[in-house]
Design a protein around this ligand. Sequence first.
Ligand SMILES: [Fe+2]
Ligand SMILES: [Fe+2]
Length: 300
Amino acid sequence: MRETAARPEDRERNAARLLRASARHSHDPLTEIDWDQHVDPDHFALPQHRVALYGTPLWESLTPRQRAQLSVHQLASATAAGIWFELVLMEGLIRHVYESDLTTRHAQYALTEVADECRHSTMFARYITATGYPSARPTAKAHRRGKFHFLLNDTAMTFAGAVFVEEFTDAMQREMVRDESLQPLAREVARIHVIEEARHIGYAKPELERLWAGMGAPRRAVFRRGLLVMARLAVAELVHPRVYALAGLDVAEARRAAAANPHWQQARTDWARKAMVFFADLGIVDHRTAPRWRRAGLLE
Ligand SMILES: [Fe+2]
Ligand SMILES: [Fe+2]
């Protein structure tokens, strides 16, 4: 387990590096993406084997075009979950800045990240609209929980949540960027997001490491459990029940099929891997909590 907290000068050096990278490589998706491009209904938005129902009897019952549409709606749902998470994260970052001194590079970078997330959430909403998916809202449960995030007032949890969700999304979107057979619009959104999120991960990880090193054993025990609750909630948001309803499927049956689907299980474990390695390295996932992460399907 690493116990070394970053020194203030290292924290400033990292933030200065991230600010320079942001100045060089920031994107304006509203002008850089052609939002009027034709969206081919036969194009998949996600690789087929990453669609929650892939390989199940329900999948076999769908036509190729219906399967492609299901992948587009699943991505739109995951994108809506992304907006939900980014809004919660932005709130946490703003509070982090409120408690900091804006003459530090560290605080300045937090605001730069908020600016990135503002553009991302708007880009995601435009993508959802372009697909015809009817809403950018998460489930009622996630909406309620996100609303009370501020009550936690826990910067370490904000950064741990950022590491989990950003690494998870990064893994999913890198697969999309690599796969040239996928819908071009989905890949363009993914490409811009991957570039800018690499910086956010580089900001959240040392900060989480620093805050974790300062926590005592009782607080760590609560934190370990809290993070698992957060991660499970975020992953459950990937496929909103309306995705199945839009495909004309029985929602309860489709959810059961997805939950029992080994391909879908594998997708979530693969996408969570980098975050889980980081958490295990810090000791946030330890021998006592690892079985729970395994049961949640997020750890092999
Ligand atoms: Fe983002
Ligand atoms: Fe981010």
